[in-house]
Structure formats: structure tokens, C-alpha cells
Design a protein around this ligand. Structure first.
Ligand code: KG4
Ligand code: ZN
Length: 362
């Protein structure tokens, strides 16, 4: 049986649409179009929700059109419309949901409201066909959590950040050091020539036996370290910039490695037949972090899966793919589908504190 689904994503600062097809042979991404908004927000040092929402509303129709064109598929050839219904910046989520509702009303096709985090969490099944249960580490500008994926609709959250997300911390670090945005790649580049040991930065919450993380104290420590070496004209020497970047990145890497080791202990207690740690989110592009996780997995006998970066960061193919699972069991929404700023994947887990620049870390 062949099923073709249109996916729409607009929960943060990427407007995205994709067409994904599934048949007996497997699943294929026919198209995945992403319109980023980095330049629109560049001057503000973070995503401005109103600007994001307006840009989504302006671009989403065009993005859908492009995705259909690239896939060489007509809207009438689709079997359903999947859309991110949360969590995220509400204005953006609404833009996508309204577009999807319009298309569903016009075509009569089923409408499926997808949890953005489920989209990320199911991606390793799309790219690497991994078996349940697997451990997922979501590390991006807006998310940071460990999830055990038991099935396509059961995710157990076993830990996460209580304040900033790692990508947010990288972005703030870049600002403190006078490096460009997005901060992650800039900090990684600067760190390459730095001495990670020169500045003593904390490894927050490692004294707690759980998998929760905190990065706001690290940011404050970095600010103090920077102020101890900054010149009277408020400039940093290149060597100081590199050492601070390297110190921050090393602290982040140590925390993620140590907390992932704890999350693996919890996960491996389930005795999975084919143990897997999968990552998603922009921070998964960071090479030292990736190496630390690869190394940890090798010593724990766990397969490490890192989907291609374009599928690790926000995209609509993951939303379409998550929607296919719902389509298979005819689990649909109707036109009363609402956009949700917060939508925890695991309703049973205690709520997380904080809500970063990029929206709720539900
Ligand atoms: O997944 P993503 O595109 O989603 C959003 O949260 O929107 O992640 C973007 C985040 C940014 O904060 C960026 O600084 C970070 O991922 N990032 C990195 C690297 N590349 C992107 N962080 C560390 N090292 C990198 N190489
Ligand atoms: Zn995301």
C-alpha cells in the first residue's frame, strides 16, 4: 500500500514543508524544503516571536507549493496533511496549523496534528530504521531532553535541562565572546585553537545522580571569566576568545557525556535487543560532542545513530514521517485542532522549568 503525506513545520524559526511516501519497500523523502529566518532575527540576538510568526504566515503557502513541485506530486495525490501543532512559538505554530486546516478543508483529506518533539524523536527510524526501544538525546537551540522511545506514540522523558538548552547556551556564549550567530559553529571554530583547561568552568548538576542538566550557571561563570581578561576597550584578544570558547565547549561536552552515561544506564536496564543512542538537534553537529557520545557508546556496546544534519535540525520531513504513523492507524484530528505552545511528549514526567528564547522546552 502506498501512502503519500504532506508535512508542514513552523514552530520556531524555520518554515518547512515536505512530501514523504511510504510503500511496502520503505519510506522515501520526495522533497524537504526549509526556508530559514536567520537573517530576519540576526539584529535582535534571538528569535523574535512576532517577526517569526509573520514570516511563517507569509512563506508557508509558498513553501508547500515548492515541496509539492520538487516532489513532482499534486496536492490531490496526497493522502493526508500533517502539521506541527506544538510545542513552539504560538504565532508560528498557528501559521502552519491554519495553512494545514485550509488545505484539509479544501481537499477533504485527513488532518494530523503532530508533536514537534515526536517528529525529532522518530527521525532515527526514518533514516536508520532503528528498532524500539531506543534512547534519544534531543539537543538544539530550544530543546534538551533524554527520551526513551518505546513506540511511535509512547516516549518516556528521563531527564532534560532545567533552564537553557545547549544551543541557546552556545549562542549566548558566542554573544559574550563577540562571535557571530548562530553561536554553535562559531564557538566550535574558535575553540579549535583554544586551551580548554585555562579557565576553570563548572560542570553543573554532575553532583546530582539524575539526568537533569542546567546551563545558566555555566553561562554566568563564562561571563566572569571573560570579564577577568577583557580589555578596557571591551575587546578580547583572539587567544583569550579561543581559550574561553574551548573552556565552555569542554564543560558542555563533559556534562552531556556524563548525563548521557546516566541515561544509558536507565535505558540499558530495559535490556533492549539492539541498543541504540540517537541524537537530534543542531548541537548534534558539534564534533567534540559527537566524538564524546560516539566514544561513550563504543564503551557501552551501544550503536550511535546521528541522522544527517538536515534531518537533525527542524524540518518537515520528520513531521510528515510522524504523521504517517497516525495515518496508518487512521488516527486523525479535525478542524478543531488547536496550536499548543507547550505539549510535553511524556505527560507523566514532571514539568520542566524555564522557557528559552526559542520557545517552550515542553
Ligand atoms: O536544531 P536547531 O536548528 O533548532 C533550533 O533550535 O532552532 O538547532 C540550532 C542550534 C543553535 O543554537 C546553534 O547554535 C546550535 O544548534 N548549533 C551548534 C552547532 N551547530 C548548530 N551548537 C554547537 N556546535 C555546532 N557545531
Ligand atoms: Zn526542533
Amino acid at each position: 500500500m502506498t501512502r503519500t503525506i504532506l508535512g508542514i513545520e513552523s514552530s520556531c524559526d524555520d518554515t518547512a514543508a515536505a512530501v514523504v511516501r511510504q510503500d511496502d519497500e520503505g519510506t522515501v523523502i520526495l522533497s524537504s524544503v526549509v526556508f530559514g529566518q536567520t537573517t530576519l532575527h540576526a539584529a535582535f540576538g534571538g528569535v523574535v516571536p512576532e517577526i517569526a510568526a509573520r514570516a511563517h504566515a507569509e512563506k508557508v503557502d509558498h513553501c508547500v507549493e515548492q515541496a509539492l513541485l520538487k516532489a513532482n506530486v499534486k496536492l490531490r495525490d496526497c493522502d493526508a496533511i500533517a502539521v506541527t501543532a506544538g510545542p513552539g512559538l504560538i504565532g508560528g505554530v498557528l501559521s502552519g496549523v491554519m495553512c494545514a486546516k485550509g488545505l484539509a478543508a479544501a481537499t477533504g483529506f485527513p488532518l494530523i496534528g503532530v508533536n514537534h518533539l515526536a517528529g525529532h524523536a522518530l527521525t532515527p527510524r526514518l533514516t536508520d530504521d532503528v528498532a524500539f526501544p531506543y534512547l534519544m538525546l534531543l539537543v538544539s537551540g530550544g530543546h534538551c531532553q533524554f527520551l526513551i522511545a518505546h513506540s511511535d506514540d509512547r516516549f518516556e522523558r528521563i531527564g532534560g535541562t532545567i533552564d537553557d538548552a545547549p544551543g541557546e547556551a552556545f549562542d549566548k556564549t558566542a554573544r559574550l565572546l563577540g562571535l557571530p550567530q548562530p553561536g554553535g559553529p562559531a564557538v566550535e571554530r574558535a575553540a579549535a585553537t583554544g586551551d580548554p583547561k585555562r579557565f576553570k568552568l563548572p560542570r553543573p548538576l554532575l553532583d546530582r545522580a539524575d539526568c537533569d542538566m542546567s546551563f545558566s550557571g555555566l553561562k554566568t561563570a563564562l561571563l566572569r571569566a571573560r570579564d577577568s581578561v577583557i580589555g578596557p576597550d571591551q575587546t578580547l584578544k583572539a587567544a583569550d576568545q579561543a581559550d574561553l570558547a574551548a573552556g565552555f565547549q569542554a564543560a558542555m561536552t563533559d556534562v552531556l557525556r556524563a548525563k548521557t552515561a546516566r541515561a544509558l544506564d536507565i535505558y540499558l536496564a530495559l535490556s533492549p535487543a539492539e541498543p541504540v543512542l540517537a541524537v537530534a538537534g543542531g548541537v548534534a553537529a558539534n564534533m567534540p560532542i559527537r566524538h564524546a557520545l560516539t566514544d561513550l557508546c563504543a564503551t557501552s556496546g551501544v550503536r550511535f545513530v546521528a541522522p544527517p544534519l538536515a534531518l537533525c535540525t527542524d524540518n518537515a520531513a520528520m513531521i510528515a514521517f510522524a504523521g504517517l504513523h497516525r495515518l496508518a492507524r487512521a488516527d486523525f484530528d479535525d478542524l478543531s485542532l488547536s496550536a499548543r505552545p507547550r505539549w510535553p511528549l511524556d505527560g507523566a514526567a514532571p514539568g520542566m522549568l524555564g522557557s528559552g528564547k526559542k520557545g517552550a522546552k515542553a
